[in-house]
Design a binder for this molecule. Sequence first.
Ligand code: AMP
Length: 456
Amino acid sequence: MSFSKLGLSEALVRAVTEHGYSEPTPVQAQAIPAVLAGGDLLAGAQTGTGKTAGFVLPMLQRLATSAGATRQGPKVIRALILTPTRELAAQVEESVRTYGKYAKVSSLVVFGGVGIHPQIAAMKRGVDILVATPGRLLDHMGQGTVNLSHVEILVLDEADRMLDMGFIRDIKRILAVLPKRRQNLLFSATFSEEIKTLADSLLNAPAMIEVARRNSTVEIITQKVHPVDRDRKRELLSHLIKTQNWHQVLVFTRTKHGANKLAEQLNDDGITALAIHGNKSQSARTRALAEFKDGDLQVLVATDIAARGIDIDQLPHVVNVPEDYVHRIGRTGRAGATGEAISLVCVDEKAFLHDIERLIKREIPSVVVPGFTPDPNARAQPILQRQQRGGGGGGQRRSGQGNGKGQGNGKSQSQGQGRGGQSRSLASGAKPAPAGGSRPAGAKPVATRRFAPKGR
Ligand code: AMP
């Protein structure tokens, strides 16, 4: 199967070929013809499957060929892509530029935490495709600096995440100002009742595709648990990084404070590390991510905020405490590459690990690292007691995430960050779903195949 067989124009095929893609991933093979056909789409696809190109490529083609393309006068926003996080928004817009290299379209990304005026100026110059986080887009709407009345295509990317983060009201306010006649594409890794309700109200007889079993982890990732004593996790991490020569490691911690502390301690151990989380300024987050991507930084320590926004080709190692597991390990082993996901688990997290194993329907091999055998008499402490203060805002809108209003304000930022207070519960919407699942009324199944990465 080649990209040209999917009905994409020569300009788009050339761009993806130059970018090194030889053939479409399963989500692309299904989503591209479905979107080109012009109808709505409900796609169950996890991050790492190539879903971004799955909607960006056919969107570019439709924008080039639809009636709106011949419109005279200044450019108007013809496609709107909403994403839950700033990092994801930036990455999606980068993909639009990459795949649209030879297509005559312009794009812009707007999110909070950075100045609004350059965004207003860019919008005035005119853009075809706008990628936005909901909060900042609402700010623009409030100031009258964005015109969404010509939107032909709407994408809700990682819709489950947006709902988890409490963006549903914001999304509804945005939907209310869009033209009624448009194409809607909804991408979600999981299908909670809330997502199904949103899909029912938003989509009109959508094609439905699903490329990975719900809540399954991409299978080319090797998963491993290292049991360890609570207070020796950092020591074990340094030991693994040094003895196994890891050069690019993404580490997840539960709290922002924990991320800062761990990054500091790793630096003390002679390992270059930076933390990224919602209390860091957007420029600090962007800089840390860029250094990490370029290989200048050995370890990036992140809280939940980065779990879905980071896309690094060939990221070999992800280390986490087991929370939001499926998405976190999805940072490694993306689109065909292999990777290793390691969890450092102390006695406090055993029950949680058990929940995860039930969710992904598999036991994760447990390997004790020599010299780090955990104390068999250690008693579990409730994780809640050690949660970061102020982190109990699950489900609320993340201030600062999309609108930038809370930037630099630790207290407001911690609202909803990492779903503090839910230490034992899994990401909402990540409950085990029956195979095949249910689909919203009117949805047509196009195909249901499992994501089978190349090389297996
Ligand atoms: P996504 O799920 O859209 O975040 O994409 C995950 C990763 O897969 C990104 O690093 C893409 O560059 C890569 N990717 C997307 N499509 C392909 C393809 N057809 N062949 C190889 N890699 C791809």
